[in-house]
Each structure stands twice: as structure tokens, then as C-alpha cells.
Design a protein around this ligand. Structure first.
Ligand code: VGL
Ligand code: ZN
Length: 202
């Protein structure tokens, strides 16, 4: 068992990011069993859940003529436009059926603000609006994080970098992640995580 200052953060293991889903990540379902096993080592387990309202500004369908996976400029910077995914209350937004959710102490939802996407578990994509996770972890005396889930180059990446910047010791278990890999995004994510002091295992 890991000590009480450590938490496992499981990012967005939801149907829409698994094969057959609206924004399927290749092999996204292959990591579920290993994540369940890893939960047993941690006294603190936190799940994140991408949770968008219909017509969210990160959806290509909300921008006239925009193709999915194109990039647009938002007030807070460049934003990839995604297929509609993880809409609140839908099957696609539910956790993968085999993901163990009982061990979770907390489930943090993100991306519910219609105007701002939120890849990171800590901040929305404006890098300013907090989700509350940092305060939750600190008030429990947690300073060391292991991150797994989907997608390695987007939500895991942003969460790991923000966690490291906030002063947490962050390790990403890459074998328990899968990536979207859009235009070199995986390599850029790895470089960015290493530069931020994130430890990449696997
Ligand atoms: C994610 C794209 C859009 C992720 C979420 O979980 O990595 N990617 N929304
Ligand atoms: Zn999303």
C-alpha cells in the first residue's frame, strides 16, 4: 500500500474515449484492468470525468463549417475542435463499464463551462479557472500523484503539467494511458511533461 500522501488520478476513462465512442482513442479500453489493479495500492483514488453541455464550444459542430480535429482561436488561445463527446448524462459520458468506480474517494467533473474547454484536472483551458482539485488534495495532505488514463497527449498531459507546476510530485504510468496523437501531439506532450518535471514511467 502506498502512503497516505499519495493519490492515484484516473483521467477520463469514459465510453466516448474507448473504441466505438465518439472520440475513440485507439486501445482506450485496454488499460481498464490494469488501472483497476493499481487502485488497490492507493488509499486515495480520484477519477476525472469529461462532462460537457450540449453545444459546447470545443465541439466542431458549434462552429459553422469547422471540421472535427481542426484548430480554432479562442479568447484563451488555440483550441482543437472535437467531435461532440462526453455530453452530460449520456452513455458516452459514463465511465467504461469495467472501470472500478467504488474505490474512488472523489469524482471531479470538468468541461462543464460552455465557453471554455478543460483538459486539465486542475484548471480550465484558460489556465486560470480552478476545478478545486488542488485544494482537495492539499487539504488531505497529498503531495504525490500517479496519473493514468485518456488521453495521454491531452487530458493526462495537461493534468500532469499543471500538477507539477503546482508543486506536486507527478508520475505518469504510460502503459496505463493511450494517446490520440494528432499532428505530433504525443511527442510534444512527452517533451512538455518532461520539461515540467513530470516523471514518465513505461
Ligand atoms: C480529452 C479531447 C477532448 C481527453 C477530452 O480526455 O484527453 N480530449 N476532451
Ligand atoms: Zn472533452
Amino acid at each position: 500500500m502506498r502512503p497516505a500522501n499519495e493519490a492515484l488520478i484516473v483521467i477520463d476513462v469514459q465510453n466516448d474515449f474507448c473504441p466505438g465512442g465518439a472520440l475513440a482513442v485507439g486501445g482506450g479500453d485496454e488499460i481498464v484492468g490494469g488501472i483497476n489493479d493499481l487502485m488497490a495500492d492507493f488509499s486515495a483514488v480520484i477519477l476525472t470525468q469529461d462532462w460537457h453541455p450540449e453545444g459546447h464550444s470545443s465541439f466542431a459542430s458549434s462552429h459553422d463549417g469547422a471540421a472535427p480535429y481542426s484548430v480554432t482561436e479562442m479568447p484563451y488561445g488555440p483550441q482543437v475542435l472535437w467531435p461532440d463527446h462526453c455530453i452530460q448524462g449520456t452513455e458516452g459520458a459514463r465511465f467504461h463499464d469495467e472501470l472500478a468506480t467504488d474505490p474512488a474517494d472523489m469524482i471531479i467533473r470538468k468541461g462543464y463551462n460552455p465557453a471554455i474547454d478543460s483538459y486539465s484536472a486542475f484548471f480550465e483551458n484558460d489556465h486560470q479557472t480552478p476545478t478545486g482539485l488542488e485544494g482537495y488534495l492539499r487539504s488531505r495532505g497529498i503531495d504525490t500523484l500517479t496519473m493514468v488514463g485518456l488521453a495521454l497527449d491531452f487530458c493526462v498531459n495537461y493534468s500532469a503539467v499543471d500538477g507539477a507546476k503546482a508543486g506536486f510530485a507527478v508520475t505518469v504510468e504510460q502503459e496505463l494511458c493511450r494517446a490520440i496523437d494528432l499532428d505530433g501531439s504525443l511527442q510534444a506532450a512527452r517533451d512538455g511533461m518532461l520539461a515540467a518535471g513530470v516523471k514518465l514511467n513505461g
